[in-house]
Every structure is written in C-alpha cells, then in structure tokens.
Design a protein around this ligand. Structure first.
Ligand SMILES: CC(=O)O[C@H](CC(=O)[O-])C[N+](C)(C)C
Length: 299
C-alpha cells in the first residue's frame, strides 16, 4: 500500500468525531426508514402491510409526523455517532500503528483489514447501547406509541428495569455486524484512495470528488456484509423480553417466518443512504485532518 504520513491518535480521534457528525447529518433520515422497514410487524396479507417499501415509508412518515419524523431518535446517535466514529478512526489508526513498527514499511491489505476489525471491537462498547436506544425510539414512533420520552428517558428506564444488561442487549450481534464490516470499510477506502491517486502524487492530495467516491463505495461494501446481522440486531434489540432465546433463535425465527429475503430488509434505504452518508463521513474526516495539520501541526 502507498505511503502516507503517520497520523497522531489525537488527530484521528478529533477528525473522526467530525466525520461522525457529517455521517449522521447526511444519513439519519434514511436510517429511520431502514429501521422501520426492518422491524414492521409481519402482515397477514400484502393489503395490511404498514409500509410497502422505501418510498411508501418515507411518504407516510413525512405525512404523519412531518419532516422531523425522519430525524426521530437522532438524540442518541448525535451523542453516540460522533464519539463512535472518533473511536473508530482512533482504533483504526492504533491498529495500523501496532502492526507497523517501521513507518516506512507499508501495511499489507490484511493488516489494514485487521486494523479496521480492531476499530469495530472498540466501537461496540458505545454502539451496542446506542443502537438499542435508537432502534427502540425509531420503532415506537412507527407503532404509534410513546413509551419513552427520549433517549435519556429510554436509557434510564432500561437501566432501572433490568440494569446494564438491558442496555447492552444485542452486543453479540453488534460485534458480528461491526467487526468484519469495519475491516472491509477501511480496507476499501484505503485501497481506493491508493488506486485513485495519480502516479507520483501523495494520497493526501486526493481531490474532493475522489474522496467522496472512495468513501461512498466503502460505505456500500461495508453494508453488503453488515446488513444481515443488522436486521437480526434491530429485531433482537426491539423485541419483547423473552421473545428470542438468543442470536441463533432470531435467525431461525426470521428465516422460518419470512424467508432469506428478510435478511436484506431495508435494502433500498440502506443502500440509498450508504453512499452519501459515508462519502460525507470520509470527506469530513479528510478536511478536519487537513485543518488540524494546518492549525495544530505539533499535536
Ligand atoms: C454498519 C455501520 O454502522 O457502518 C458505519 C457507516 C454507516 O453507514 O453508518 C461505519 N462503520 C463501519 C464505521 C461502523
């Protein structure tokens, strides 16, 4: 892989936070549609289905709840996505450093993939409870209920009723989703950055459209492997207690009731969101990094 200057962990962390904010602003409306499609109750026949597809869900949400309905449940991710991406870029940078004692020796694609996997392990600590709260809020609005007043209320109630275990319900599925997908995410971005950099130029000089392209494609590939475990996770995290006996049981139940297609529920919303959200995310990262290098070169 091409050579790139080593980035300090602090800069990775701060620029990663900026990347997370960009990811959320560009991607949350389609994330709401995705979760609602993934978790809508199975209807006895097509006529009674709540949402027939991505556009139908978008239209009904905006008609019933206004545009702000698309931003429901954003409180928890707002407090979670920026730190999550900060930890993700930090973990990725750390993984690279641990495997590269000599900064002049380029990393192999496998080493880059493993660095991304490490990022996925780190982020699960905050992603698992964040996703549990976000999914519960997104789903309660589509079911017409208002059990939780907001993210903080939801976190407190979950904690009070069943303790920390309830907040961390879905951790194994979060790991299954995020460890390999983070690996593929960062590997794709780095490979594409190298591929798109003209001969004799440095990867840090890559143009904005090329950064957007590399980031968008990384986001799409990340979701091709993240979506099936994400469907299982959303169902598990929003199910009534005791409905499933474990991860395998969610998979079995979903396959039995809805067939393998169910593992790609919310496909359109996910892939419509993946490109712009992740293009914005990596552009935010690269620009924040440039700003930090200019204003705080010694960090
Ligand atoms: C599966 C997932 O959450 O992907 C993140 C990007 C997105 O579209 O939300 C990126 N990451 C792989 C860092 C978790």
């Amino acid at each position: 892989m091409g050579e790139e200057a080593r980035v300090s962990p602090l800069k990775n962390f701060v620029a990663g936070g900026v990347a997370g904010a960009c990811l959320l602003l560009a991607g949350h409306p389609l994330d709401t549609i995705k979760v609602r499609l993934q978790t809508q109750p199975k209807a006895p026949c097509a006529q009674y289905v709540l949402y027939t597809g991505t556009y139908d869900c978008f239209r009904k949400t905006v008609t019933k709840e206004g545009v702000l309905g698309l931003y429901k449940g954003m409180g928890a991710p707002l407090a979670g996505v920026a730190p999550m991406m900060a930890i993700s870029f930090f973990g990725f940078g750390l993984g690279k450093q641990l495997q590269q004692p000599d900064p002049n020796k380029p990393l192999t694609p496998t080493q880059i993939f493993l660095s991304g996997c490490l990022a996925g392990v780190f982020t699960t600590v905050i992603v698992a409870p964040g996703e549990r709260i976000k999914c519960l809020l997104q789903v309660q609005a589509s079911g017409g209920g208002s059990r939780y007043a907001g993210p903080v209320d939801c976190a407190i109630r979950l904690y009070k009723t069943q303790g920390i275990r309830s907040l961390y319900k879905g951790t194994v599925l979060t790991l299954i989703r995020d460890v390999p997908s983070n690996g593929l995410y960062f590997l794709t971005y780095e490979l594409l950055k190298n591929f798109l950099t003209p001969e004799g130029q440095s990867v840090s000089q890559l143009s904005t459209p090329k950064i957007l392209l590399a980031g968008g494609i990384a986001g799409i590939l990340n979701w091709t492997i993240a979506l099936p475990p994400d469907v299982l996770k959303s169902n598990f995290q929003t199910a009534a207690d005791g409905k499933y006996r474990g991860v395998a049981d969610v998979l079995r139940t979903l396959l039995r009731e809805e067939g393998p297609k169910a593992l790609y529920k919310g496909f359109n919303a996910v892939f419509l969101r993946a490109f712009p959200a992740n293009a914005a995310c990596f552009l935010g990262f690269e620009m924040a990094l440039k700003g930090l290098n200019a204003f705080a070169p010694s960090w």
